[in-house]
Design a protein around this ligand. Structure first.
Ligand code: GDP
Ligand code: MG
Ligand code: ZN
Length: 297
């Protein structure tokens, strides 16, 4: 029996496919892990025992510690959360964008904002507005999945990383994915055009390879995170998920200042000066109330 290390790059119908130095090994789910109540996620780094050399079948023996994981979609070890918004229709929802950013922060996953549909002046204006708000806090890239604008820059930013795409439906995640891959990749759960037989699979997650300039990147082909609950955090800790509140909050009079009306609050001063944008602060207050209400029950 031959034990090797690898990474789960595909999960479909209870089978998990592990990429290893000796080739793709097919495993049937949890294997020996079942008793621990462990579940496997695409993106997991694992150790497998090859039980049949001929068919390259194996059993997962061990899941290595995860840097991070998600339940929906079921993926692990994301290096970069790319949040896609649209410079055209559908109109940018800043509150939703801030929600995604908070979730990334809560899992300590670096985030990148990708503004799609910027091939025309209206999209460019939208990008400029977003740059005003986020340019000092997060990397932000203007692209057009349609024309290919900015896709090389995105590829460069993704180099060597495992990337997930997030954003509401219609912003162009699938278009960007295809543009990055340089080919049509049929979306999970999409209607097969050839057969019109409907959804081609129900539960299928894959980690695809993108050819980068320097180092290849991997990208999850899930339809993306379309909406997310706020992280499991107390309202008093929420401020730690807004990098600019952390920064300006260092000079508040009180160490535990919540920036909601305390005396000598440097965050409120920065808000007055325009150093902190109103929309970000509004999201903070909105999420604060939402979490306070949630935690009451
Ligand atoms: N104008 C414009 N439309 C785009 C662009 N990228 C995608 N679209 C269109 O936006 C719609 C939604 O795209 P899709 O990739 O399915 O979005 P998803 O729901 O996020 O996966 C489709 O009609 C696309 O043709 C772009 O860069 N510019
Ligand atoms: Mg899509
Ligand atoms: Zn304060």
């Amino acid at each position: 029996m031959n034990r090797v290390s690898g990474r789960i790059i595909k999960g479909i119908g209870g089978f998990y496919y592990v990429e290893t130095p000796v080739g793709l090994v097919t495993t049937r789910g949890r294997g020996n892990l079942k008793k621990d109540g462990d579940i496997l996620l695409v993106g997991d780094f694992v150790e497998v025992t090859i039980i049949s050399d001929h068919e390259m079948e194996g059993v997962v023996e061990k899941v290595l510690p995860r840097a991070n994981s998600f339940v929906r979609p079921p993926i692990a070890n994301v290096d970069l959360m790319t949040i896609v918004v649209s410079g055209e229709k559908p109109k940018v929802n800043l509150q939703l964008l801030d929600r995604f950013l908070c979730v990334s922060e809560s899992k300590s996953i670096p985030a990148l904002i990708c503004v799609n549909k910027t091939e025309a002046s209206r999209g460019i204006a939208a990008f400029d507005r977003l740059y005003e708000i986020y340019g000092n806090i997060y990397p932000i890239v203007a692209v057009s999945g349609e024309t290919g604008k900015g896709i090389d820059e995105l590829r460069e930013k993704f180099s060597g990383l495992t990337v997930a795409l997030a954003g509401p439906s219609g912003v162009g995640k699938s278009t960007i994915l295809n543009s990055l891959l340089g080919r049509e990749h049929m979306e999970v759960g999409s209607i097969s055009k050839k057969t019109s037989r409907g959804r081609h699979t129900t539960r299928h997650v894959e980690l695809l390879e993108i050819d980068g300039f320097t180092k290849n990147a991997r990208i999850f082909d899930t339809p993306g995170f379309t909406s997310l609950d706020l992280p499991d955090i107390s309202e008093t800790d929420l401020r730690t998920l807004f990098p600019e509140l952390v920064e300006y909050g260092k000079s508040c009079r009180f160490m535990d200042c919540q920036h909601i009306g305390e005396p000598d609050c440097n965050v409120l001063r920065a808000l007055d000066n325009g150093d902190i944008s109103k929309s970000r602060y509004d999201s903070y207050r909105l999420f604060y109330e939402e979490i306070a209400k949630r935690n009451k029950f």
